[in-house]
Design a protein around this ligand. Structure first.
Ligand SMILES: N[C@@H](CCC=O)C(=O)O
Length: 572
């Protein structure tokens, strides 16, 4: 089977503006020892090469790279040309994956009592991989590859590589075995002691989205491996070529080829595979709709990092307007708003309304351009869908367009994707809270789109009410250096109907607080994940790895001796 991943016809047009600039950005590619492609050669636009498609993205199962009888062709998000062929596993081809996972026992590939040398092996692999990613040629290769399939600015794509590199550095040497640190508690009598261990799940699955093609899969994959699991990894096919190359880098750094299976497939095939292979745990990063379905299908054996209608509150203390507006611009529009951490709504204290904040945000949004991918294609919403949503919002009484609200000019982004100028819509707080409006306003648009609203000094409880009603609690920012605003205070309690503390009255898993608070850009050293949901996953830190990728096992040693005067007691 051969199909084009697009509902619209292939557009073999001339190279477009944005694409030209892509090549201007280009740096010379060098052959790398692990790589099977050159990031800059992936294009459908080189004249005279009829079949100049990017190299197929391959599949890895039971230690062998393989292809498939199903093929998809991806359209270049910048110009609609066919540019990558992808081998996709069909429903009839899942058996080798099912078998591969079934070979891994529940107690995993290693645990504190089995093959402990593998903890050290993974320390070594991390050391080598971190070193590789620190080489400018290698980091440039991955940065360019990321940009190619998930268009974002060079700096944003590089940031992803750097987070990944630092993460790997964090787990060099003995740090992997320290993840599996155990503890002991004295027992009730001589010879008794309870020991708590971190135990793997064994066969596990990892499903990751398009927006961070390297950072999310590497951090989750390595966490799974460190703790002794055998993962099957599925990355969104639109971007899986990045992780395919990273798998080759990891093999080059000593990752045993049988330790990870790597699959490309559509969601339906993956669902079937999961149902048959029955992994002990599945980590899903992506939309809430799929997350909820997986939770049911897999009988709750999931950890989820799903949607985020992420909010920012600007407190009453106005300061550093330039800085705060720049952070708002980055949070809402970097990566064209396609971060699970992107700022979706800004609650602005009335004190900010008289400042130049909004006009500065508009100016900063105006600086963004397709040429350097500081704004670019939206991969999960069409332009029409975003404009339709905007028009519905503008019908809410008192709403107005602050800036944006138009399709990008002079672009050749295919119509299956979106092309929207950075957009902000003002909606009055009282209107947001009304039933009907609330669902509309808090719908997450995974694109360069945000809601702005204002609250008066006595309206903080309304803001907190809006936050309480949200269904996803990923990132948040409370921009204030006023501890009385961040936390409860007697002074403020007098002016509000209930305790006005923002942090104490909210639940978001990654909340930044203080004048420099942001919603995006969590590096490897900040826990990143939703809170308030027992299925919530985390990514990055040792705590995240232990929580997501291991479960607690307690072994209670009870050696004796039995006291010399012991006699059989009466029945109880
Ligand atoms: N570090 C990224 C999130 C990675 C997602 O799991 C951010 O802060 O947006």
């Amino acid at each position: 089977m051969y199909r084009v991943v697009a509902s619209r016809a292939f557009r073999a047009g001339a190279p477009q503006k944005a694409f030209g600039c892509w090549f201007n950005l280009s740096r010379s590619a060098h052959t790398l020892p692990f790589a099977t492609l050159e990031a800059d050669e992936i294009s459908g636009s080189k004249p005279g090469e009829v079949y100049n498609l990017g190299r197929m993205s391959s599949i890895l199962v039971q230690g062998k790279w393989t292809g498939s009888s199903n093929w998809s062709t991806l359209l270049d998000p910048l110009n609609g040309e066919q540019f990558i062929r992808i081998a996709e596993v069909g429903e009839k081809e899942i058996q080798p994956f099912v078998e591969s996972l079934s070979k891994c026992p529940k107690h995993g590939l290693h645990n504190p009592f089995k093959s402990p040398e593998r903890y050290l092996l993974y320390g070594d692999i991390s050391t080598k991989a971190a070193h590789m990613l620190s080489l400018p040629k290698v980091s440039n290769f991955f940065t360019r590859l990321i940009q190619r399939v998930s268009p974002k600015s060079y700096q944003q794509a590089l940031g992803e590589v750097q987070v990944t590199q630092k993460f790997l550095e964090n787990f060099c040497g003995d740090q992997v075995r320290f993840l599996a640190r155990s503890f002991a508690v004295p027992g009730n009598h001589l010879g008794q002691q309870s020991h708590g261990y971190r135990w793997p799940y064994g066969p596990v699955a990892i499903i990751t989205p398009f927006n961070f093609p390297l950072e999310i899969p590497v951090l989750q994959l390595m966490g799974a491996l460190y703790m002794g699991n055998k993962p099957i990894l599925k990355v969104d096919s639109k971007v899986s070529i990045v992780m395919e190359q990273m798998m080759r880098l990891l093999h080059y750094c000593g990752l045993p080829v049988e330790d990870v299976d790597f699959i490309n497939s559509d969601g339906k095939t993956m669902n079937k595979l999961l149902m048959e292979a029955n992994p002990r745990m599945t980590l899903f990063t992506g939309s809430s709709r799929v997350a909820e379905k997986l939770a049911v299908d897999l009988k709750g054996r999931v950890k989820l990092e799903d949607a985020g209608f992420d909010w920012k509150i600007l407190g009453p203390d106005v300061n550093e307007v330039d800085y705060v507006s720049w952070v708002c611009d980055q949070d809402a529009y970097a990566c064209s708003g396609q971060k699970c951490s992107a700022q979706s709504v800004l609650f602005m204290h009335e004190n900010w309304s008289s400042t130049s904040l909004l006009s500065k945000m508009k100016d900063l949004a105006d600086r963004r351009k397709l040429e350097d991918l500081t704004v670019g294609p939206v991969l999960t919403f069409t332009t029409e869908a975003m404009l339709e949503h905007m028009n519905k919002l503008l019908k809410v009484p008192g709403s107005k367009l602050l800036f944006g609200g138009e399709e990008l000019k002079n672009h050749s982004i295919p119509s299956i994707y979106g092309a929207l100028k950075p957009t902000a819509i003002f909606v009055p707080l009282e209107e947001i809270l009304k039933d009907g409006n609330y669902e509309l306003v808090t719908r997450e648009i995974f694109g360069p789109f945000q809601i702005v609203t204002e609250y008066k000094q006595d309206q903080l409880p309304l803001v907190l009410n809006a936050l309480e009603r949200m269904h996803a609690h990923l990132t948040a920012a409370v921009v204030s250096n006023d501890p009385l605003f961040l936390q409860a205070s007697l002074k403020l309690k007098k002016s509000f109907s209930h305790s006005p503390e923002v942090i104490g009255n909210t639940v978001n898993g990654t909340t930044y607080a203080g004048l420099r608070a942001r919603t995006t850009g969590a590096p490897q050293n900040h826990w990143f994940g939703p809170s308030g949901d027992p299925r919530g996953a985390g990514i990055g830190t040792p705590e995240a790895i232990k929580l997501v990728w291991s479960s607690h096992r307690e072994i209670i040693y009870d050696y004796g001796p039995i006291p010399g005067n012991w006699e059989i007691p009466p029945s109880t």
